[in-house]
Design a protein around this ligand. Structure first.
Ligand code: PHB
Ligand code: FE
Length: 328
């Protein structure tokens, strides 16, 4: 494995479809009307371009996330928080057994630049990789326009809590966040706050379900409250999580409304481990040694509870902590 620091390269439109070809290290990315082609020494990998761009959007938007972002069961990235590995077949048992896997390490900033440029060039007008499939146009065909504004959405991160002075504001009709078509039954009232005398100004509450029902994106957790390393990330889910997340620490899920079905597989091999159906009110912990992909038949609200302590990946990798958070 080598560390490549070269600046990202892109060429002029590489074919008469109008899309640029991108390369970094020994990887080369090409798109046509339907597919993304990932070329690497020895072979190529192919993905449908809509699936590829939805996964790429998450990888870019989340700064390579916690642990592994599997675009599918072959291609993805591993975050080492400063550097990032880009791989083919690294966590695929068949590729590993036959020594067909391929990995390169990049400075995170370099790979990010290439990914951002590719996402922007390959996204056509009307396609929003964060939107539910029923709320976006398609991305197929020859290059036509772009959608840079949708790609540059900032991930909403509360410093302490939504609605506190100087922190993230509320979402309203007026500022462009109407209630989603599938959440018209979510109450929009405000909580009453009755602080003990002397504690006025120190107690805060907001209608989190109301706030989340106005999200215009799917599968994009936004931090709604944060205490030290404890991050409460609320998100609206519809159709399928565009990546399969390989954990490098435990994370908790709280299903706030409706239902999500999770496929849980071994993180290294991809061997199936469990099917978890979470209904409103269910709580589950995803262990540190698995990968998971969720399916939400109807738009639902999920709270992902993350531990941002940067010592954790090492402790799990060395076996200093069991991969699960509780023993019964
Ligand atoms: C996850 O990988 O844990 C995850 C990512 C995005 C979501 C929900 C869960 O919206
Ligand atoms: Fe996850």
């Amino acid at each position: 494995m080598s560390t490549v620091q070269a600046a990202p390269k892109s060429s002029q439109p590489s074919n008469n479809l109008g899309y640029q070809t991108f390369s970094i290290g020994q990887f080369k990315f090409q798109r046509d009307e339907y597919f993304a082609h990932i070329l690497y020494p020895g072979n190529r990998h192919i993905m449908k371009v809509d699936s590829f761009l939805r996964a790429l959007m998450r990888d870019v938007g989340w700064g390579f996330f916690y642990g592994t972002v599997n675009f599918d069961n072959v291609f993805g990235t591993v975050n080492h928080y400063g550097t990032v590995e880009m791989f083919v077949g690294l966590f695929n048992e068949a590729y590993r057994k036959t020594n067909r896997h391929y990995v390169e390490t990049f400075q995170s900033a370099d790979l990010r630049k290439t990914f951002e440029a590719m996402l922007d060039d390959w996204t056509n007008q009307g396609f929003d990789p964060y939107a539910a499939p029923d709320e976006t146009g398609t991305v197929f065909g020859v290059k036509h326009g772009s959608n840079t504004k949708a790609l540059k959405r900032e991930r909403m991160v509360a410093k302490r809590m939504v609605g506190l002075p100087g922190d993230l504001g509320y979402r309203t009709d007026e500022n462009g966040y109407p209630v989603n078509r599938q959440f018209t039954d979510v109450p929009q009232d405000k909580p009453e706050i009755h602080a003990e005398p002397g504690f006025e100004g120190q107690v805060h509450a907001f209608n989190m379900l109301g706030y989340v029902s106005r999200s215009d994106v799917t599968w994009n957790p936004s931090v709604v409250s944060c205490v030290k390393d404890s991050q409460f990330c609320a998100t609206t889910e519809e159709e399928a999580l565009p990546i399969t997340h390989g954990n490098d620490r435990v994370e908790w899920f709280i299903q706030a409304t409706d239902e999500i079905i999770w496929d849980v597989d071994d993180g290294k091999t991809g061997r199936p481990r469990a099917k978890v159906t979470m209904k409103a009110g269910d709580v589950a912990a995803m262990p540190a040694d698995i990968r998971h992909k969720g399916y939400s038949p109807k738009r639902s609200i999920l709270i992902v509870w993350e531990n941002n302590d940067d010592r954790l990946p090492q402790m799990y990798a060395k076996g200093e902590l069991p991969p699960y958070p509780v023993e019964f």
